[in-house]
Ligand binder design. Sequence first.
Ligand SMILES: [Cu+2]
Length: 138
Amino acid sequence: MTLRQNTTQTLGRMRTKPTLAAAAALGMLTLAACGGPVEASGDVRMGAADGAATRVVARDNEFEPTTLELPSGSKVTIEVVNEGHQAHNLVIDDITLSTGTLEPGQVATATLTVPDAPVTYYCSFHPGMEGRLKPVSG
Ligand SMILES: [Cu+2]
């Protein structure tokens, strides 16, 4: 079995765990928000996207852009780049997504399905560092 197959299967199992596990993971994220590293959750991997992706830049301390308009219900790839001098992350509670801690210069790629209603993305380290993912009719 190749490493890639193994990783895919592991992710598949993680997605099927009950909601309780997700709630516990969120609890751990909250506890870790005081400056320690936070775990990634959802369909996230380190590194740049292989193909087309929507780019979100994290700076000290804001996201660019602060509004992302993407087609409702579509599967999208979002590349999160930390161009700041501090560690940041990008978290969307509503869909249990987190890039985990991104040190300066690091990039994470997240794949997600755009929800039907607007959701907030934020950095758990920096209150007020946030943006809005807005679904638009595809
Ligand atoms: Cu931050």
